[in-house]
Design a protein around this ligand. Sequence first.
Ligand code: M6R
Length: 595
Amino acid sequence: MCGIVGYMGKSNAKEILLNGLKELEYRGYDSAGIAILQQDTLHTFKAVGKLENLESKIKDFEVSSGFCIGIGHTRWATHGKPTEANAHPHTAEFSNVVHNGIIENYQEIKEELIILGHHFLSQTDTEVIVHLFEENLKKLDPQEAFYATINRIKGAYAILLVSKIAPNKIFYAKNGSPLIIAKGSGGIYFASSDSPLVGLASQVVYLEDGDMGVMDIEGFDLLKNIQNFSVNKTLAQKDGFRYFMEKEIYEQHSVLLETIMGRVSENGVIFDEIDQSFFLGIRSITLCACGTSYHAGMVGKYLLERLAKIRVNVVIASEFRYGGFVSQEDELFISISQSGETADTLEALKLAKEYNQKSLAICNVDNSSIVRLSDCAILTRVGLEKGVASTKAFASQVLVLWMLAVYMGRTYGHLDEREAKLQSSDMLSAIRATKVESKFHERIKRLSKRYLHGHGFFFIGRDVFYPLALEGALKLKEISYLHAEGYPSGEMKHGPIALADSNLFTIALLSEHLLYDKMQSNIAELSARDATICVIGSKECESADDMIIIPQAKSYMEEFFSMMLGLQLLSLEVAIRLGNDVDMPRNLAKSVTVE
Ligand code: M6R
């Protein structure tokens, strides 16, 4: 997904912008560029592909000492192919712009500007911004021209613009796409997320939708809502692991303790951040999310219905937005999102708010758009997740939904104190189960070589292990590019089993605590069709070709977290054996901020 950085000050702008773009690499991109304005000259560099390509183009460019300003961008193509012409910054005669988001009315603006004599070099929507700005400058001063430009465009955007007409200033605007302004000893910084600011900034302002302005070196202190910035750099490093995804799998057992800290005790579950009255009178819940977060929502449905006896509807945000929305009275709308910026989830939340539904966000990023828009939020507290394939965020979302189910079960009188205490103790055991034992990882690493060349994978499970099967399949396909589908085991005989043969790999999640016999029969059905079966469970299974043995567990949720670990490690090892870039899989982006 596109990323933005900006800088003004006396440090080396080229290095700061390039380092900032490197910090945004994990979001996924297909081209990149920077523009530096110094001594009235605007230098623009762009390149397709990895940042190394941009770096080699710029290597002979020296930034002269003294004050200068610059903007940079990583692009993930939406309008127009990933070419150098379509990469940002986009230029007109004497100005450059970078933009995240989509300008919906760009076509009509472009046509008007062409009639007025403007020449367009790219197929992008973004280029109209810089031309419209220069057109407006014919009648207005720079600030007015920028504001008139922003007021004319429709859509979602985070924009930075620099111009020779105002050589000490950066023009900025935000609507629906994140943008941060920060200050540090080296100057003023801009970024579309926290990571480029780590180690540079001491204060930040998370801009709100509708914010626009013109920043100069004195301007930061005049902004509203200045906050201290203390994100730790080491958290953003790989800590010796091969990939961020691997590091994130390994840190689950410690970060999940953060998730429950102050919330889960031997007496049950509390949420200090939410007034208990917020939950009173709620009769049903909609859980809304995309991708992995949607799978967490599906697990949440089983838990909330079982423990809190409340009706739950789980929806994929992109479907919910355009489906017939029947707003129920007394319904709680819960959006689940790691990033808090996923466009579909954000728009679905806006829709729910239009219908006056109470809203709760389960999110990993404080100050994200989804958190800010929701009535209240439960933060998952697992720190920056850099791997595009979500791991620790999923675990924390499931844990929060489990806590919520216990909390609501108590609030509504469906769980007694003893049961709530038992659940709390199960949560602690489940977190312990996510600690990676080296023997377990080694076993999966060895096993992974047998699962590289089939004609596809089935992941099967029942109850909460069904969404876990979906998540296992998603993880594998995201980073290995192998075809994988998740199914509820009972559905196999209704169609999918037709695919079964010895080159079809089945990963079966066999719980000792839930529907053990039913699941055994489903595995036997596949084995009878000669499918190659790997069972993840604590008991040996006769029909299995391979076993990934998990420790015996006290509860089915403890098994859930052990199996989740097994699935994450299996995907990781298969993808590594296939030589893929685990942290930046092809065609994917970490934060999907466009529809
Ligand atoms: O940031 P979000 O949780 O809202 O993101 C939703 C999905 O885009 C995300 O979970 C995606 O499916 C991941 N790549 C899964 O690994």
